[in-house]
Ligand binder design. Structure first.
Ligand code: HEC
Ligand code: HEC
Ligand code: HEC
Ligand code: HEC
Ligand code: HEC
Length: 303
């Protein structure tokens, strides 16, 4: 593999600047230039197709395509990414591990949830195309991919001037060092620990659910969350709030699936704490620093 030189990058920076100048961003600082309206033009599907065709024999040009950087990536529809990355929808996991363990003869703990259907599939498929994913969530490429600087795959890199920070909670960086996405602002939201302590519960959910669930009330979460606590939830673009509640009538694995049942982390995500009807006026200690609103970038369009 060849190590890319700064040349392509500079060429691109130059191109972006020319576009900005043409649009009227003369003399603007980098930050302002980035907002000067070129993002939409770069992410436009026809423009992407043209660049993809032009870059067909030029790997470096394609991997440094301006859509991989802020601000253009924020304006990118999935279709624009898929012009070059259709492989994402077709990838398959290995039928057997390198050591020879066959996938169809093993079961991971998260596959035991009632909602899990079918065989092991590719990561992207599970989050975008699986029947469950399509029902409960709406994850776009740029929900996770806030950019892809192929040189660094890290924050504060060559493109720091083009605003690699997000407006996520606490101004979290778009990248985590050597990772393509920021896991604590993406994965952790749905793959954290079951936050039992914050609920005044002790023990695991499997222990707690025993006393709460039977054939008539298959979802023990709703014992407390149907009317009593935190009833104002999931009002964001990347989740399908109504569908979640509808599906959750069938059982708590729907809820638990994103709140402890597919846990990759020992910690839980510090969710925003929206006001809800009848909430107590005193704020518990653990909730003192919590925002009262979801991140602005996920706000639902005003009706
Ligand atoms: C013009 C074509 C093109 C477009 C459009 C495009 N990409 Fe890429 N992308 C590439 C190429 C080429 C690479 C380098 C692939 C490699 O090295 O295996 C790449 C690399 C990546 C990588 C890193 C892959 C790796 O293995 O290092 C990610 C992640 C990525 N792109 C995401 C996106 C997202 C998200 C979008 C839409 C916002 C997008 N790309 C749009 C061509 C494109
Ligand atoms: C739920 C978060 C998430 C979503 C949504 C998502 N990706 Fe990814 N993507 C990842 C992660 C995590 C990786 C692996 C990164 C690594 O290996 O460090 C990845 C890897 C990639 C790669 C590198 C190739 C590979 O297989 O490793 C490409 C290209 C890519 N994604 C494109 C896309 C496109 C295009 C979309 C939208 C259709 C998309 N992604 C949606 C999280 C996501
Ligand atoms: C908005 C919620 C959400 C986010 C964000 C999210 N996931 Fe998931 N994840 C899910 C759901 C729901 C499933 C189960 C889908 C199904 O059963 O079809 C799942 C399934 C998985 C699986 C199981 C795949 C399989 O085929 O068995 C893995 C691994 C995973 N997620 C890792 C990640 C990683 C890593 C990230 C961050 C890059 C991430 N997830 C971000 C909700 C999410
Ligand atoms: C015995 C009642 C009870 C049960 C059962 C229960 N919860 Fe909770 N839950 C609470 C209370 C109380 C809070 C905290 C309310 C507050 O913000 O003051 C809470 C908070 C939460 C939070 C927000 C945590 C945070 O840190 O902001 C999530 C997520 C949650 N519950 C999900 C679930 C899920 C999923 C289930 C079922 C698997 C469940 N709860 C079962 C009472 C319960
Ligand atoms: C697809 C994954 C997913 C499913 C399914 C899901 N949640 Fe969540 N939940 C999330 C995410 C992500 C957030 C944070 C949303 C945001 O950005 O504000 C959240 C937030 C919450 C909160 C915090 C509410 C607040 O104050 O903003 C509670 C409580 C909660 N969920 C309970 C539940 C219960 C109960 C169920 C089942 C009825 C459930 N969740 C199903 C992913 C999920």
């Amino acid at each position: 593999m060849t190590i890319p030189t700064g040349r392509f990058l500079h060429a691109l920076n130059g191109a972006a600047l020319l576009v900005a100048l043409a649009i009227g961003g003369v003399g603007l600082a980098p930050q302002a230039r980035a907002q000067a309206g070129d993002a939409k033009a770069i992410a436009d599907i026809e423009a992407v197709k043209k660049r993809a065709a032009a870059a067909a024999n030029d790997y470096e040009r394609a991997r440094y395509d301006p859509i991989h950087f802020k601000p253009a990536i924020d304006a990118a529809k999935d279709e624009a990414c898929l012009v070059c990355h259709s492989e994402i929808g077709k990838a398959k996991p290995r039928a057997a591990s390198p050591a020879g363990v066959k996938a169809d003869q093993t079961e991971a703990w998260y596959q035991t949830l009632d909602t899990y259907a079918g065989k092991q599939e590719d990561f992207h498929w599970r989050h975008i195309q699986s029947p469950l994913a399509k029902q409960v969530m709406n994850l776009r490429c740029n929900f996770c991919h806030q950019g892809n600087d192929v040189r660094e795959e890290a924050a504060n890199n060559s493109h720091a001037s083009l605003n690699t920070r997000t407006d996520w909670a606490k101004n979290a960086p778009a990248f985590t060092l050597r990772k393509m996405v920021n896991p604590s602002e993406t994965c952790l939201r749905c793959h954290g620990n079951f936050p039992a302590e914050n609920m005044g519960l002790s023990g695991t959910w499997p222990e707690n659910r025993e006393g709460l669930e039977n054939a008539e009330t298959p979802n023990g979460c709703l014992t407390c969350h149907a009317e009593q606590f935190r009833t104002n939830r999931h009002q964001v673009t990347y989740l399908n709030a109504k569908a979640i509640e509808e599906l959750a009538k069938k059982g708590s694995d729907v809820c638990y699936g994103c709140h402890g049942g597919r846990q990759w982390y020992r910690i839980d995500y510090p969710y925003p704490r929206h006001d809800w009807p009848g909430m107590p006026t005193d704020v518990p200690d653990w909730a003192k620093d919590r925002p009262k609103q979801s991140d602005a970038r996920f706000a639902l369009p005003a009706k």
